[in-house]
Write a protein that binds this ligand. Structure first.
Ligand code: NAD
Ligand code: 6OD
Length: 486
């Protein structure tokens, strides 16, 4: 069986102690490959290489040349598109159209967008004019932060990892990536691309392994790391923040969500059903921006629940490339156990199970995979566990509402504040609701429609900071002021 190694200083290397662990397919739970299990030694080796690379060719490279190289990375991803799609399919088991239309193209787009953003951002200058300072001029120069630790999750691995790596490199930093232990394949392929296009060794490094007491935690504690960018669970964010505090390392966090979908009776009905369906069940519900709480205005409530139920019952389970398959497994047996425990809890707390709630009948070859049914609940109070906690699975609770103020209060009554999707044809209402909802991103009559120039991030416990466009530059670089007395 193949072993995926680490990518350090431009080379694919095993762990010093030879330790590995196994990756199993979400489709059938069969072993797929082994992964080198990194620890302190590998992290130290990678962060040293990243520090050295800052002092070498990369650190001295003009910005225009760096941008050119990042465009070359994007072009190479596009040339080897099918390999990236195959790698992500194997790791996540998700339908081919999701990976090839949404996730892998975004990897290439991330490099292109940030290669251009860095070329177009002005810095500031201030001329002084008091008696003592007359004629003095201040100007700011933008400098990379240094070595960036990138810790990424498994749900859209290539999109989310490159969303951090691309702006970090565009600003002239070097990176050490710790991909999720479930999904290292595309991060490794990207190592090949970096060598192929001539990115100097040590600029992009990948250390595989786990979180606590493993590669992830050692990366957050390493003295050579200047800042940490993390996407994952809110609880993990808290642990990373504590570790980062010891070294006064800056953090940027994209964390969990328990997002509300709000459907007003004046919405275009079929669009709203399709939009909520996608937001709750795409990627088997494993999208941080996904909807797990749906609020529907009372006059259309019953019809809406029926229509969403029909769509759930029409999903076609299957392997990524199976004809017509539009619904994949969860990422792992461990995650299946977690999601199933929420399905059980919903019943214990008195939910009406509109559809799903269990494990589907699969063909013999797939029966051991991490499959669960898309699930809809109604009739739970807002205090119920599955209405409060992020499940990160293909499920939602639907509740009727009568008033705009009421639904805003319901939507805001949660510790998370990542995104909302609102469906209405009343423009004034759309603006009012968007203004009141406590989230980083509100989509009106749409969901997960991304313009990479916009600020992206979570409010409340869904994150710290904003990335996207110039906001990414604010995290991945710092302004240094020069004051000249003429
Ligand atoms: P996770 O927090 O379990 O793991 C994410 C990464 O952190 C993995 O690489 C893991 O190995 C590492 N890690 C775990 N513990 C660590 C520690 N103590 N120190 C350092 N690294 C550690 O998250 P996950 O299960 O991989 O992903 C799902 C979660 O990610 C969900 O909560 C989801 O909402 C969130 N997410 C958020 C966004 C966003 O943009 N806000 C995007 C995608 C996923
Ligand atoms: O589109 C993005 O940039 C982004 N960070 C998406 C996050 C998806 C979460 O699952």
């Amino acid at each position: 069986m193949e072993t995926k190694l680490h990518f350090i200083d431009g080379q694919f290397v095993p762990s010093a102690d030879g330790a590995t662990f196994e990756k199993r397919s979400p489709l059938d739970n069969q072993p797929l490959y082994n992964i080198a299990k990194g620890g302190k030694a590998e992290i130290e080796r990678a962060t040293r290489a990243a520090r050295e690379a800052l002092r070498g060719e990369w650190g001295k490279m003009p910005q225009a040349k760096r941008s050119e190289m990042l465009h070359a990375v994007a072009d190479a991803i596009t040339r080897r598109f099918d390999e990236f799609v195959a790698a992500e399919e194997a790791d996540t088991g998700q339908p081919r159209h999701v990976i090839s239309h949404a996730f892998v193209p975004r990897g290439a787009a991330n490099f292109k967008v940030f290669a251009d953003v860095v070329k177009n951002v002005p810095t500031e200058s201030f001329r002084m004019d008091t008696l003592d300072s007359r004629g003095a001029v201040n100007y700011a120069v933008r400098k990379p932060k240094g070595v960036i630790g990138v810790i990424s999750p498994w749900n859209a691995p290539f999109l989310l990892m490159t969303w951090k790596v691309a702006p970090a490199l565009a600003c002239g930093n070097t990176v050490v990536v710790k991909p999720s232990e479930e999904t290292p394949a595309t991060a490794m392929l990207l190592g090949e691309i970096m060598n192929e296009v001539g990115i100097p060794p040590g600029v992009y490094n990948v250390v595989n392994g786990f979180g606590p007491d493993s590669a992830g935690e050692y990366l957050t504690r390493d003295d050579n790391v200047d800042a940490i960018t993390f996407t994952g669970e809110t609880g993990t964010g808290a642990a990373i923040m504590k570790a980062a505090a010891d070294g006064i390392r800056d953090v940027s966090f994209e964390l969990g969500g328990k997002n509300a979908g709000i459907v007003f009776a004046d919405a275009t009905f079929d669009d709203a059903v399709e939009g909520i369906f996608r937001s709750a069940f795409m990627n088997t519900g494993q999208v941080c921006l996904g909807t797990e709480r749906v609020y529907v205005e009372r006059p259309i409530f019953d019809k809406f629940v029926e229509a969403l139920k029909a769509k759930c019952e029409a999903v076609k389970y299957g392997r990524p490339g199976d004809a017509g398959a539009n619904y994949g497994p969860l990422i792992s047996q461990e995650h299946k156990t977690k999601v199933m425990s929420y399905y059980q809890k919903a019943v214990e707390e008195g939910a009406t199970v509109v559809t799903g709630g269990g494990v589907p009948e699969m063909e013999a070859a797939l029966k051991d995979g991490a499959w669960v049914q898309p699930t809809i609940w109604t009739n739970l109070p807002e205090t119920a566990t599955v209405v409060r906690e992020e499940i990160f699975g293909p499920c939602c609770h639907i509740r009727p509402f009568d008033e705009e103020d009421e639904v805003i209060t319901l939507a805001n009554a949660n510790r998370y504040g990542l995104s909302t999707t609102v469906w209405t044809n009343d423009l004034a209402r759309a603006h009012r609701v968007a203004d009141e909802i406590e989230v980083g991103i509100t989509w009106i009559n749409s969901w997960f429609l991304r313009d990479l120039r916009t600020a992206f991030g979570g409010s409340k416990q869904s994150g710290i900071g904003r990335e996207g466009g110039v906001h990414s530059l604010e995290f991945y670089s710092e302004l240094r002021n020069v004051c000249i007395k003429l």
